[in-house]
Design a binder for this molecule. Structure first.
Ligand SMILES: [Zn+2]
Length: 133
């Protein structure tokens, strides 16, 4: 299912027929990148608006994985994904992800022999998730 930004905006406004809303919701469940696009559409049209957090929760958008948060800390995510995480944590104020991020930051602060392999792992897992479109 290919969706335009206009359709995603209409989805956020719940301005689509009920069966289309349902279809988009189902698509979102299986497509994390579409969720991220939806978040960006949402952020772009409504930056700084407190209702964003409400929209976010209402649609129960998925949290980034721990690997993605790790890559975010390392700065190795592509810009769209990094924007999504910044938006998710700062604007929508997801406490679970904030706690995860703090935890990862603490781990990185500890010097240890596993530092390098952990870094490598984050890089590999995020590289495998980059969309090829
Ligand atoms: Zn989250």
């Amino acid at each position: 299912m290919t969706l335009t930004d206009a359709e995603l905006e209409a989805f956020l406004d719940e301005a689509l027929p009920a069966d289309t809303m349902r279809r988009i919701e189902q698509t979102l469940r299986g497509d994390p990148w579409l969720v991220k696009r939806l978040a960006l559409v949402c952020a772009r049209r409504d930056r700084g608006n407190h209702s964003l957090a409400g929209i976010w929760r209402a649609h129960r958008l998925t949290c980034p994985s721990r690997e993605e948060l790790g890559s975010y800390l390392l700065g190795s995510l592509e810009p769209a994904a990094a924007d999504f995480i910044a938006f998710h944590i700062q604007t929508s104020g997801c406490r679970a992800c904030q706690a995860n991020l703090d935890d990862l930051r603490n781990q990185r602060a500890e010097p240890g022999p596993h530092q390098h392999s952990r870094r490598q792992k984050y890089f590999q897992s995020s590289a495998g998730k980059l969309p090829g479109r």
